[in-house]
Design a protein around this ligand. Sequence first.
Ligand code: ZN
Ligand code: ZN
Length: 223
Amino acid sequence: MRCIICFSPVLPSVDWTTFLTLQKPVKVCLQCSDKLSGIEEPGCPQCGRADGAEVCYDCERWERSEYAGVLTKNVAVFSYNEFAKELVARWKYRGDFTLIEAFTEAAQKKYKNHFHSMEADLAAIPLSKERLWERGFNQSEALITQLGASPLSFFKRKGSEKQSKKGRMERIGGENPFELIGKPERPVILVDDIYTTGMTVRHLGRLLCEAGCPEVYSFTLFR
Ligand SMILES: [Zn+2]
Ligand SMILES: [Zn+2]
C-alpha cells in the first residue's frame, strides 16, 4: 500500500486482530494525516471555524445582514491550512480525483456525529457548464457520494460563474447566482468542499428558506 497523498509506502500492521476484523486498509501515511488538521469542537458554533468557542465576528455580521437565519450552522471537517490548499488544488484543478479518499473516513465520521439522527436531504452545489467541463466532476456531488447518499439537485446556476473573481464586499451585496428548481420539504444539508466567506451557502440557504424549507445546514470538508 502507498499513501495516496505522498506515495510513500504505508506498512499495514498485520496481526490476528486486523486479519479477523477485516480492518480497512490505511490510505494515508502518518506524516500526511498529521498535516491534515481536523477541527475539534468547540469552534465557532455557527460556521465551524477552529479558533475560539463563541460565535465569530463573521457569523455575527451575517446574522445582522439580510441573510440572518438562513443557515443554522456549518460543520467542517478540517482546517483549510497550507497543506489542505495544496491537496484541494491537486484534487480539483489537476484532476487527481482519487485524493477524495484521503478525506472520506474523517468526513463520514464527522457527518455521522452531527447529522446521524436527522432526516434531511443532501443538496449539491451546481457548477456552471464551463467549470464542470474544465474539472470533469462536481466536487460537491462527489462528496455526497462518499457520504453514502445521493445528491439532490435543488438548484441551477444563472449565467456564468464570475462570482469568485469579485471581492468579498462586492459579493455580499451581489445578485444571487442560483435559482431553486426543487421543492425542499425536509431540512437540507448543503455539501461543499470549502466554506470560505459563507456566501454561497447563504445564497442557497435563502432560496430554500423562502421556499419553506424547515432548516438549512451546510457540511464542508474545509473551513
Ligand atoms: Zn503520505
Ligand atoms: Zn463563525
